[in-house]
Design a protein around this ligand. Structure first.
Ligand code: TYM
Length: 331
């Protein structure tokens, strides 16, 4: 039987960004070919920041449309919305009762985000978020979890929790492996190449949104922050901005970074940025068009997601039954 894959993405923005695609979704598309793949729009996770109900609905549908336009196909994978599968909350609680307070306190994403907004504006759900994420993964007995570098710690925690449960209560969960690429797993902000590209970044000037008009993205790439040198060379320490652009080009065009370095020898940063802009825009133009078309037929999207949720519930409810049984909960 083919190995199981699970991953998730938050519907927190009108558009995914280039980091989401290169770090995660590109691998989702590749893995669906020869794996039993489950992909989840994690709307419950998105509730950890204050949300507008109208936007939540719109962004959940926009997420589904983008994932399909980027290459997920319902006959090869199961695409669903987290809140339509209540077993996620059921297992989430069990994971919370398994995780230590200290262990959860060490999650760097929680520390960063809670520090930014301050204790009074940080909800408890942000603290328990990684345990819900562990439940997302373990419910499906996933072997692999394709994610970007920033999720590594959460997958480590998931592995620890799975192992702990199995030791205490008998074999119940597959212990999953993070599936993180060597290149593309950490795409940096174009304006601040020392920080990762992120939906929550300040101005958004360094974030390439896949659903933005080409002119906007061309402008953002042409004004990407680089260094004072002239050489198009991969060197993450000294040339973080150029290295990031090389990675982006290489990942989308399929050209080796060393070949790009050679091709741009003796040419300025301007020429190089111009070509990166062209590669990005050409790659995403048809995807954007397709996503907008898909969004026009809301009922088709809803139907597809309902079918996905049904398939997901079938798997998830089996895991919950076994988990409850192993815990001695009377059913
Ligand atoms: P989220 O929604 O922030 O991001 C979705 C995916 O995009 C990756 N990513 C990046 N990769 C490379 N460079 C970047 N700059 C970049 N920014 C984001 C993320 O690593 C992620 O793979 N907690 C998760 C969602 C989640 C999940 C899960 C993931 C919930 N349950 C179960 C896997 C399995 C998150 O907030 O991703």
């Amino acid at each position: 039987m083919s190995k199981r894959v699970l991953s998730g993405i938050q519907p927190t923005s009108d558009s995914f960004h280039l980091g989401n695609y290169l770090g995660a979704v590109k691998q989702w598309v590749a893995l669906q070919a020869d794996h039993d793949a489950f992909y989840c729009i994690v709307d419950l996770h998105a509730l950890t920041v204050e949300t507008d109900p109208k936007l939540m609905r719109q962004r959940t549908l926009a997420s589904a449309a983008q994932l399909l336009a980027l290459g997920l196909t319902p006959d090869k994978c199961t695409l669903f919305v987290q809140s339509q599968v209540p077993q996620h909350n059921q297992l989430g609680w069990i994971m919370e009762c398994l995780a230590g307070f200290g262990e959860a306190s060490r999650m760097t994403q929680f520390k960063d985000k809670s520090q930014k907004s301050g204790a009074d504006r940080t909800v408890v759900g942000l603290f328990t978020y990684p345990m819900l994420q562990a439940a997302d993964i373990l419910l499906y007995q996933a072997h692999y979890v394709p994610v970007g570098e920033d999720q590594r710690q959460h997958i480590e925690l998931t592995r620890d929790l799975a192992g702990r449960f199995n030791n205490r209560y008998g074999q119940t969960f597959q212990v999953p492996d993070a599936y993180i690429m060597k290149e593309g797993a950490k795409i940096q902000d174009l304006q601040e190449p020392s920080a990762k590209m992120s939906k929550s970044s300040g101005s958004g000037a360094g974030v390439i949104e896949l659903m933005d008009a080409p002119e906007i993205n061309i402008k953002k790439i042409k004004s990407a922050v680089t260094d004072t040198g002239r050489e198009v060379k991969f060197d993450e320490k000294e040339k973080a901005g150029i290295s990031n652009l090389l990675t982006i080009h290489s990942q989308l065009s399929g050209t080796l970074i060393s070949d790009l370095e050679q091709r741009f020898e003796g040419k300025g940063y301007g020429d190089f940025k111009g070509e990166v802009a062209e590669v990005v825009v050409d790659y995403f133009a048809p995807i954007r068009k397709r996503a907008l078309e898909l969004l026009e037929d809301e009922s088709a999207l809803l139907k597809l997601l309902a079918e996905g949720a049904e398939k997901a519930r079938a798997v998830a409810s089996e895991t919950i039954s076994q988990t409850y049984k192993n815990l001695g909960l009377v059913q």
